[in-house]
Design a protein around this ligand. Structure first.
Ligand SMILES: NC(=O)C1=CN([C@@H]2O[C@H](COP(=O)(O)OP(=O)(O)OC[C@H]3O[C@@H](n4cnc5c(N)ncnc54)[C@H](OP(=O)(O)O)[C@@H]3O)[C@@H](O)[C@H]2O)[C@@H](O)CC1
Ligand SMILES: [K+]
Length: 451
C-alpha cells in the first residue's frame, strides 16, 4: 500500500490530493448513513486522523452537526494540512455523541498497543449505542495481521481506503468490521502477494461431454462411513461426471445413485479413468489408514487430502509424489498439526498456510471463518461466509466440492476457489441452522449462482 501510494505521488499526485480523495470518498458513505443526523469523528495524530478531518469538513459544509475529538494534535505533515482546512471545533477530551461515530484514530500506521486517552476513547465508543464506521481499519487492528491491539468496538461498516489490506480478511479483526467496502483513490495496485477472490464463473459441461470426460472422482473410504458419505453427497452435486466410493465394506446407507466399489483398494485405484481422488474424511489414523493414504498418493493424480489424511501426512509420504497436484483442506487444528509435522514455527494462520505451501509445494486451503488459500506463490482471501457453517461435517462437504471441481478440470487453485464460493452459497441457501445434509444438498442450487 505504501509503495502504491509512493508510486502515485512520484507520478505527480500529492499526498494531500490522495487524502482528499480518501476523505471525500469515505464522507459520501458517512453522509448516506447519517442522513442529516449529528456525527462524531475521532481523529488520531497520523494520516488516518487526516482523513478524519477531511470527512468532518465535508460533513460540516454539507450542514451536518459535527463534533471532532482528537486526544492529541495532528503530527503527520499532510494530516496537519487537513486539520488546518477543518473549519469546525476540535476537542481533546470529549464523549462520542450523535447517530454516527467515525473512527479515524489509527490506520495502517498503528505500531503498538492502543492505551491511555486513545484506549479510553475506543472504550467509550464501544459502550455508546450508535452506527460505528471504521476508516481504513478499526483503530486497534494491525492491518497486516488482523491482530487486535486494544479496545475493539463492533463496527457496522469498515471503509478500506485505496486497497484491501490483509487484516480485512483475517480473524479476529474481521469479526469486528461489519460490512466492508472499498473506497477507490486512484492507486495502481499490482500486488502479486495477495488478492481478494472474486466470484468464479463455472462452465457447464461441454456439449460433447460424457461422464468420464466430465471427471471421475474416487472418494476413498476408511474406518468411519459417515464423513466420506457427506463428501460424496456434496461431490455428486458439484460437477463431476461420475463419483465412486472406494471401500472395502458394504455401505447400506449409500444413496442408490452412488457406485460403491468394494474391490481391494489397489485394484480399484488401477482404473486409469480416475481423474481425481479424495482421501481423509473417516479414514482413521491407524496403520491400515496410512497404507491406504500411501496407495492413493502413489497414483500421482490430482488429490484432495482432508481430515485424518492431514494427521497421517509427513515428508516421507510425499517422496516421489507430484505435490503440485495435491490440495490440503486443513482447519486450524489440522494446520497446527501439519506445521508440527513439517517443522514450521510460524504462529499465525496466514504465515502457517504460506509456509506450508512454500515448504511442500502443495495447495493449502486453510478453512474457517477467515478462509485463506495459498497456491502458486499467491494468497487469496474470501468474503466471509455464513456463520452457520460452524457446525460438524461442513468440512467434509467442502472437501467433496473441492474434489469434484478437481475431477472436472484438474487445477488445484481453481478447484479450491470455486469450492469456497459454492460452499458459501450453499450455506446461504440452506441457512439458518441447517444440518450438514441440508448443506450438501444445497450445493446443487448453489451451482446456479456461478453458471
Ligand atoms: N499516505 C497516503 O498517501 C494516504 C494515507 N491515507 C491514510 O493514512 C493512514 C496511514 O497513515 P499513517 O502512516 O500516518 O499512520 P496512522 O495509521 O495514521 O498512525 C500513525 C500515527 O499514529 C501514531 N501511533 C501509532 N500507533 C500508536 C499507538 N498505539 N498509540 C498512540 N499513537 C500511535 C504514530 O505515532 P508514533 O508511532 O510515531 O509515535 C503516528 O503519529 C492510512 O491508514 C489511511 O487512513 C489516506 O489518506 C490515503 C492517502
Ligand atoms: K481507523
Amino acid at each position: 500500500m505504501r509503495a502504491a501510494e509512493r508510486a502515485t505521488m512520484d507520478g505527480g499526485t500529492s499526498e494531500w490530493e490522495l487524502m482528499q480523495r480518501a476523505g471525500q470518498g469515505a464522507a459520501q458513505w458517512v453522509m448516506r448513513v447519517a442522513g442529516g443526523r449529528p456525527v462524531t469523528v475521532l481523529c488520531g495524530p497520523g494520516n488516518n486522523g487526516g482523513d478524519g478531518y477531511v470527512i468532518a469538513e465535508v460533513l460540516r459544509r454539507d450542514g451536518h452537526e459535527v463534533q471532532v475529538i482528537a486526544p492529541i494534535e495532528a503530527t503527520a505533515k499532510t494530516a496537519r494540512i487537513a486539520r488546518a482546512h477543518f473549519g469546525g471545533e476540535v476537542v481533546a477530551d470529549g464523549t462520542p455523541r450523535g447517530a454516527v461515530v467515525v473512527d479515524c484514530l489509527f490506520g495502517y500506521g498503528l505500531t503498538r498497543q492502543v492505551e491511555g486517552s486513545f484506549g479510553k476513547l475506543l472504550e467509550k465508543l464501544d459502550a455508546y449505542d450508535c452506527y460505528k464506521i471504521a476508516i481504513d481499519v478499526p483503530s486497534a487492528v494491525d492491518s497486516d495481521t488482523g491482530t487486535v491491539l486494544g479496545p475493539l468496538p463492533r463496527y457496522d461498516l469498515t471503509l478500506a481506503l485505496g486497497a484491501w489490506k490483509q487484516g480485512h480478511f483475517l480473524m479476529p479483526a474481521m469479526a469486528s468490521m461489519g460490512a466492508k467496502r472499498l473506497v477507490s483513490i486512484g492507486l495502481d495496485i499490482r500486488s502479486t502477494s495477495f488478492a481478494v477472490s472474486t466470484s468464479p464463473h463455472i462452465a457447464p459441461p461441454p456439449s460433447d461431454a460424457h461422464k468420464y470426460r466430465r471427471g471421475l472422482l474416487a472418494i476413498v473410504a476408511g474406518a468411519m462411513p459417515g464423513a466420506p458419505m457427506l463428501a460424496v453427497e456434496a461431490a455428486m452435486r458439484a460437477g463431476a461426471g461420475y463419483v465412486k466410493l472406494l471401500s472395502e465394506r458394504p455401505h447400506p446407507e449409500a444413496p442408490a445413485e452412488l457406485v460403491v466399489e468394494q474391490d481391494d483398494l489397489a485394484a480399484a485405484l488401477s482404473d486409469e479413468r480416475i481423474s481425481a481422488l479424495l482421501v481423509g474424511p473417516g479414514l482413521g489414523r491407524d496403520d491400515t489408514a496410512r497404507k491406504r493414504l500411501a496407495r492413493v498418493l502413489a497414483k500421482r493424480k490430482p488429490t484432495v487430502l482432508d481430515a485424518d489424511a492431514l494427521h497421517l501426512l509427513g515428508p516421507r509420504l510425499l517422496d516421489s509424489v507430484d505435490v503440485a497436484t495435491l490440495c490440503l483442506t486443513p482447519h486450524e487444528g489440522e494446520l497446527a498439526s501439519l506445521c508440527e509435522t513439517f517443522d514450521i514455527a510460524a504462529e499465525s494462520k496466514l504465515e502457517r498456510a504460506r509456509a506450508l505451501h512454500d515448504i511442500t509445494g502443495m495447495t493449502v486451503l486453510a478453512k474457517g471463518p477467515d478462509t485463506i488459500l495459498v497456491s502458486d506463490a499467491t494468497t487469496r482471501f474470501f468474503p466471509q461466509g455464513s456463520s452457520w457453517l460452524s457446525t460438524a461435517g461442513t468440512g467434509d462437504v467442502l472437501a467433496g466440492i473441492v474434489a469434484s471441481r478437481l475431477a472436472v478440470h484438474g487445477e488445484p487453485l481453481r478447484a479450491c476457489e470455486e469450492a469456497v464460493w459454492l460452499h458459501h452459497e450453499a450455506a446461504r441457501l440452506a441457512s439458518p441452522a441447517f444440518s450438514v445434509g441440508d448443506l450438501a444438498r444445497s450445493v446443487k442450487p448453489a451451482m446456479a449462482a456461478f453458471l
